[in-house]
Each structure stands twice: as C-alpha cells, then as structure tokens.
Ligand binder design. Structure first.
Ligand SMILES: [Fe+2]
Ligand SMILES: [Fe+2]
Length: 330
C-alpha cells in the first residue's frame, strides 16, 4: 500500500488539482472559504464599558492572552511556510494551507484590533512573550521544531526527515493550535458566560471556527503521512510524540498559573488546567493513543459555544444535549 504521495518536494508536481487524491483537504478548503470573516464586522468598541468594569486580575488575563496570541498566530505561519508547505505535494493541500495562512494573518489582525480598541499597553503586551518565563518556554518549545527544519537539513525522503515533519505538525497543529490556543479561547469566552465582552467573544468564536479546521487538517495530514509511510511509526517514535503532548500540558499548567494567579469569578488555574488535560486526552485519542488523564470537561459550555458553529463533531463528540443543560444553569 506504500505509494507515498502526500509528501514530496517536486516543484513541478502538484500543479493540477484534478483528480483530487485527498478529498478531505479540498473539503476543508471549501469549508474554510465559506467561513471567511473580517475583524471589523464586530463592533468591539461596544465592549469598552465592560472592559472598564473588569477587575485588575481580569484585565491582566485579557492582556496576557493578547501577549500570547499575537506572536503565536504568526509563529504558526512560519511553521506552515518552513515546515509544512514545502514538503507537501498535493495541490488540494496547498490550496488549504494558503487559506490557513491568510486566516492566521486575519487572526493576528483581529488581535491587533483588540489591542487598539481596549486600553491595553501594546508595548507591555508585546514584551511578555519574552519576559514571562512560562510564556517564553512555550514559544521556545515551538521554535525548536522550526529550527530543526530550517537550520538543519531535512530530507523528506528519509525516515528521520518524515519524523521531523510529523514532530513539527504535532508541535504546531496538535499542541499549539489544538491544546494551547483552546485553553486561551476558553478563558476569553468565559467572560461572555458572565455577560461581559460579548463582541470580543464573537471574534473568538470566529477564530475558534477557523482553528477547528486547522486542527482537522493537521490531524488528517499526520494520519495520512503515517498511513503512507508505515516505517515512520516505531514504538519509540510513538512514545516521543506522546511525551511531547504530556510536556505541553505541564508547560500550559505553569502558564495558566501566571495567567490567573488568584482566579476570577468562576475560573481559576485549576479549572483551566483540567480543561487542558481534557483537551490533551482528546488530541491523544485523535492520534490513536490512549487518553492520559481521564478527566471530565469542566467547561462544557465551551462545546455549547461551538455548537452554534457546528464544530461539535470534531471537538466535543459526547453529550451535546447535556452540555446545553450545563450552560443554561450558568
Ligand atoms: Fe490562528
Ligand atoms: Fe491556526
């Protein structure tokens, strides 16, 4: 069955779309195009009165999220440009990646809109990804995977080259986009649960909708590479991938303690970190591993927020009706 096609570096290959070999990629491209949105469709200024009413700790949390999201949206694009696009040959995958890269640019601009609308010190917010150790650690974890692909020779025709490709996808798609971003989205959307920052939440809804497709694409890509290149998936490599996810949970726990040192109404670092573990288990299962933590989703209302965007199938496959009930009790 091994007839590798999705990976390759031939410039003259993958120039014709039909026949489509990976229909899931074209389907995701079409969904992504249908999801197109622009930040200024939301009247963020209407949230200013809410922002003024936030406590110092709540404002710190919003600022901390912006500090993390802004550089990391663009870091994802570097990972796609240096670590994914050059090694994929299928035209339908290139179409999708081109749209994803625009979406990451659009997310960056959405967060810039937040920074220019809310009274947040941009300079201070920008500095934190370097000066806050728990945030810097997450970035360094990611950057080392891009360096593997740009500063060392990656030969995608070798088993080790293919493993580097998968490592990069796990670091960016599964960990950064599929766990760390979701942890931040949940905190950002929690304000709406208390009827605060509703327009900000609408921006986040749209970003979540995009990110769910990014994750869907990344997981499909990883699974396709593993299926077409069975020599890649040794026991040792599987253990390494699993450890990456577990390390990512630890880094996120430290980060969330800095995000909410004292907690805010209905939310503290333990609550967020239980959600992180819940997410990590889902990501492990999607990669074919057993779950590690076995915790329940403490933020079932997150699935409800996603319901309206029809994301439930991918992220939250269990008990939608129960989650609707959970939300109405808030
Ligand atoms: Fe993004
Ligand atoms: Fe993304």
């Amino acid at each position: 069955m091994t007839n590798p096609r999705i990976l390759g570096t031939g410039i003259a290959e993958g120039l014709l779309l039909k026949p489509v070999t990976y229909p899931w990629a074209l389907d995701l491209y079409n969904q992504a195009v249908a999801n197109t949105w622009f930040p200024h469709e939301v009247q963020l200024g209407e949230d200013l009165a809410d922002f003024a009413r936030l406590t110092d700790e709540e404002r710190h949390a919003v600022t901390h999220l912006m500090s993390y999201f802004n550089p990391n949206e663009l870091l994802v694009n570097k990972a796609l440009a240096f670590g994914v696009y050059p090694y994929v040959n299928a035209a339908e995958c290139h179409l999708y990646l081109a749209k994803q890269m625009w979406e990451e640019a659009n997310h960056c601009m959405a967060f810039e809109y937040v920074l220019e609308t809310f009274p947040i010190d941009r300079k201070a917010a920008y500095a934190s990804h370097i000066t806050v150790p728990s945030m810097a650690a997450k970035e360094e974890f990611e950057v080392k995977f891009i360096r593997r692909m740009t500063e060392q020779t990656l030969d995608i025709n070798t088993v080790e080259g293919k493993r580097d490709f998968v490592r990069n996808l796990v670091a960016y798609n599964v960990i950064l986009e599929g766990i760390w971003f979701y942890s931040g989205f949940m905190v950002a959307l929690s304000f709406r649960q208390r009827n605060l920052l509703r327009n900000f939440a609408s921006l986040i809804d749209w970003i979540v909708r995009d990110e769910s497709l990014h994750l869907n694409f990344g997981i499909n890509l990883i699974l396709t590479v593993l299926e077409e290149n069975p020599e890649v998936a040794s026991d040792e490599f599987a253990e390494e991938i699993r450890s990456m996810v577990l390390d990512a949970v630890e880094m996120e726990e430290a980060y969330n303690r800095d995000l909410l040192p004292n907690g805010i109404l209905g939310l503290n670092a333990d609550y967020i970190n239980q959600y992180v573990k819940y997410l990590a288990d889902r990501r492990l299962e999607e990669l074919g591993f057993e779950p590690e933590y076995g915790v329940t989703n403490p933020a079932k209302w997150m699935a409800t927020a996603n319901d309206t965007l029809q994301l439930v199938n991918f992220f939250e496959s269990i008990n939608t009706s129960y989650e609707v009930d959970a939300r109405s009790s808030h």
